[in-house]
Design a protein around this ligand. Structure first.
Ligand code: PGA
Length: 219
């Protein structure tokens, strides 16, 4: 059975104390979730990766980690960057091409391409975000998250019918792609998407910050 991916994209949130609180609450409640058909992936800030890794090891829970970014360069003299080889110690996945990185950090297709190459060479699976059906899906990408910028953080998720159309158009040229939806997914809106045939998971921002809210998405 294909597992549905629930990816918690914490963006630039959470101190160590806040991360611990989230994980403690998740631990209390996770036994109520049937994980046979679900894969939980947490994408914290770099500073919380070690804390999350330790929690997963100590509690033997089925949670994977993703990085929210990766350097476009290999190891070397690139002050402030975290390279794919360093991330591989902590994560199985990385998110690349998010519209916030395009908007605030001027990321372009060539940067995204370099990040994908670095991650892939290090053995990290890439979750590539796309903004619409005309966005470029780079070579070798298996997991594609469709995230229309107008739906992100707005409380105004995309019309499920439109998501179906976008997925159909992606499948025409990338039939093997694992397709996710993201943009204002929360406990109220998630049920609108569950019936979409090709949907294999969700990228969740705001509603993933609170453990109870995140757990309710998994129920
Ligand atoms: P949101 O963010 O759930 O807060 O809309 C989704 C995302 O940007 O990944």
């Amino acid at each position: 059975m294909d597992k549905i991916l629930y990816i918690a994209n914490w963006k630039s949130h959470k101190t160590t104390d806040e991360t611990k609180q989230f994980l403690d609450r998740l631990k209390e409640r996770i036994s109520s979730v049937n994980l046979a058909d679900k894969q939980i992936i947490i994408a914290p800030s770099y500073t919380q990766l070690a804390e999350c890794r330790r929690f997963i090891g100590d509690n033997n829970v089925q949670i994977s980690l993703a990085a929210q970014n990766v350097s476009a360069y290999p190891q070397g003299a690139y002050t402030g960057e975290v390279n794919a080889g360093q991330l591989k110690e902590f994560v199985e996945y990385v998110i690349v091409g998010h519209s916030e990185r395009r908007k605030y950090f001027n990321e372009e297709e060539s940067d995204i391409e370099n990040k994908i190459r670095e991650a892939t060479e290090a053995g990290i699976k890439v979750i590539q975000c796309i903004q619409d059906q005309n966005s470029i899906i780079h070579k070798g990408i298996e997991i594609v998250a469709y995230e229309p910028p107008s739906a992100i953080g707005s409380g105004n998720p995309d019309d499920p019918q439109h998501v179906i159309e976008v997925f159909k158009s992606i499948k025409e040229h990338r039939p093997e792609a694992i397709l996710l939806y993201g943009g204002s997914v929360n406990p109220e809106t998630i049920s609108r998407y569950r019936e979409i045939l090709d949907l294999k998971g969700f990228l969740i921002g705001g509603a993933s910050l609170d453990a109870d809210s995140f757990i309710s998405l998994l129920s």
